[in-house]
Write a protein that binds this ligand. Structure first.
Ligand SMILES: C[S@@+](CC[C@H](N)C(=O)[O-])C[C@H]1O[C@@H](n2cnc3c(N)ncnc32)[C@H](O)[C@@H]1O
Length: 169
C-alpha cells in the first residue's frame, strides 16, 4: 500500500487514518507526509509509543469517525483537501459505508482512499463486512492486495488475513 501511495502521490502532504488503534500506522504516515497527519479513533489504545515514534505533525483525535463534526474538526487541523485516507474503523457494512460517504468527498482529485480488511476470507473476532462494500467503491484506478500462502512467512497468518483495497479519486 505504501508503495502505491508514494508512486501515485508525490510528495504526500497529508493523511487521515480512521481507526488509529495504537497509532503505529499513523506514526509511520507522519514520516511519509510533509504536512499534518491525523489518526482518529473513538477508543484508542495507549498512544505513547506511537507518539514517541511519530513526527510532531501527527495529531490524534479521540472521536467517532462517522460523525460529521469529527470530519469538520479534522479538516480544520489539516487545512486542505486530503491526499490519503485510510479507512479501518468500524468494520460492519453500514460503518464502512458511512465513513466512505462522509470522508471520500474530502479527498482531492488524484488522492487515494484505502480500505483495510477487504479479503472476504478475513478472520477477525467481530464481524467484518468490508468485502461487501469494497466492490461498490469506484475510482479512476483500483488496486487490490490479498495475502496468499507465499506471504505467510513475513506477514503472519495468511491467507485469510487482512487485504487492502485502494482507489484513486
Ligand atoms: C482494526 S482496528 C484499527 C487498526 C489500525 N488501523 C492499524 O492498522 O493498526 C479498528 C479501530 O477502529 C476503532 N473504531 C471502531 N469504530 C470506530 C468509530 N466509529 N470511530 C472511530 N474509531 C472506531 C476501534 O476503536 C479500533 O481501535
Amino acid at each position: 500500500m505504501i508503495k502505491v501511495v508514494v508512486d501515485t502521490i508525490s510528495p504526500v502532504r497529508n493523511a487521515v487514518e480512521l481507526g488509529a488503534y495504537s497509532g503505529a500506522f499513523s506514526a509511520l504516515l507522519s514520516h511519509l507526509c510533509t504536512g499534518v497527519v491525523v489518526g482518529v479513533d473513538n477508543a484508542p489504545q495507549d498512544l505513547t509509543a506511537a507518539t514517541r515514534l511519530a513526527t510532531s505533525r501527527l495529531k490524534f483525535c479521540t472521536a467517532n469517525s462517522s460523525s460529521p463534526g469529527t470530519a469538520t474538526y479534522v479538516m480544520e487541523l489539516i487545512g486542505e483537501p486530503l491526499d490519503f485516507l485510510f479507512i479501518d474503523a468500524g468494520h460492519r457494512y453500514d460503518e464502512v459505508k458511512s465513513d466512505y460517504d462522509l470522508w471520500s468527498k474530502l479527498v482531492r482529485p488524484g488522492g487515494l482512499i484505502a480500505f483495510h480488511d477487504i479479503d472476504p476470507n478475513h478472520v477477525q473476532w467481530s464481524p467484518c463486512d468490508v468485502h461487501k462494500f469494497w466492490p461498490e467503491v469506484k475510482g479512476k484506478r483500483r488496486w487490490e492486495f490479498i495475502a496468499t500462502e507465499e506471504h505467510a512467512a513475513y506477514i503472519g497468518p495468511a491467507p485469510g488475513y487482512g487485504g487492502i483495497g485502494i482507489v484513486e479519486v
